[in-house]
Design a protein around this ligand. Sequence first.
Ligand SMILES: C[S@@+](CC[C@H](N)C(=O)[O-])C[C@H]1O[C@@H](n2cnc3c(N)ncnc32)[C@H](O)[C@@H]1O
Length: 366
Amino acid sequence: MTPLEILIRERIESGGPLSIAEYMSLCLSHPEHGYYMAQTPFGREGDFITAPEISQMFGELLGLWVVATWQALGSPAKITLLELGPGRGTLMVDALRAAGGHNEFIKAVDVHLVEMSPALISVQQTALEPAAAFPKWHATLEDAVNASEGPLIVIANEFLDALPIHQFVRDDTKWFERGIAVSGEKLDYVLSETPADEDVQSYCEQLSTEQGAVVEISPAVVQTAGDIASALCARGGAALFIDYGYEVSAAGETLQAVQSHDYGSVFESPGETDLPAHVNYGAVAGAGLRAGADVLGPLAQGDFLGRVGIHQRAERLADTNPEHRDSVAAAHARLTLPNQMGTLFKVMSFAPKGFVPPAFTPQSDA
Ligand SMILES: C[S@@+](CC[C@H](N)C(=O)[O-])C[C@H]1O[C@@H](n2cnc3c(N)ncnc32)[C@H](O)[C@@H]1O
């Protein structure tokens, strides 16, 4: 049993079942035993590999997108580049290297990172030490927004999927919140004794009327998306969310445990496995629109990367490093092909009304 499971059992014994959101928060962000607090779980050796860890092309192309966005904003003298959940810092290292040739941009940019994990902050500091612009770190989005000024360009790759979700399950007529309790020797799901409130009932009922259906709701994702949209409307700029997710709100259970590149039970080794949930882009879009922003996309990741030049970048990289031609081709395929990350991962942008960030202009298929 992991140290965190012992603590979770004690909490359940003293306070009753935990919501899925409470369980997820403890598993990912408990100060001592949370998955992101103690470990550096990314990359080929880690539990999962994210796009920037697959290839330098990903961060480089995002860096060039950021520069193009800054130019489309009129090349302001001050710009805030804010990344949420930078992991090992790889995306920002590659982005700033690619942007490094644009001197005026580098003079204008102030880089801010939002990261809750002291262990990862230390990895990010080492990675970014030689970067063209050294960042400032913040524990929350609110701190980062308050500590920065000027138009804002926000990047969040696989950040929203780490924010807690609640799950609701339908019996034959009503929806009940799913919780986690101790059952015999193991942790197991239970349902709340009383039905969820009326707002939850009506939201879930629009998505399914089947007995046993599960609906996931993430107030944390909605709050984050809304706060970013409000900041963009006040300051100008654009945001980019890149995540595994679904485009339209729907019933379905997506919370999963990921360890050593494989999926397992969410009750297995709490604190030692990643626990992401798919992002409901319908809910993200709703939060952006309610805050007054324009919502663009989502585009499939493969389409977005195609629009920002990944095919040409892959050719150039292979030509300059012929010994790496095969690995560049494999990374290019992994990031863009529909049966790999090309379709399941989606890219959504927010911008103040009327500003269309690069890559999001409507394209004709002709
Ligand atoms: C799945 S990792 C993605 C890392 C990176 N963006 C990448 O693509 O490799 C999630 C990142 O978000 C951070 N994180 C998760 N929840 C957070 C929160 N509530 N506040 C701040 N950082 C958080 C984690 O510590 C980690 O750096």
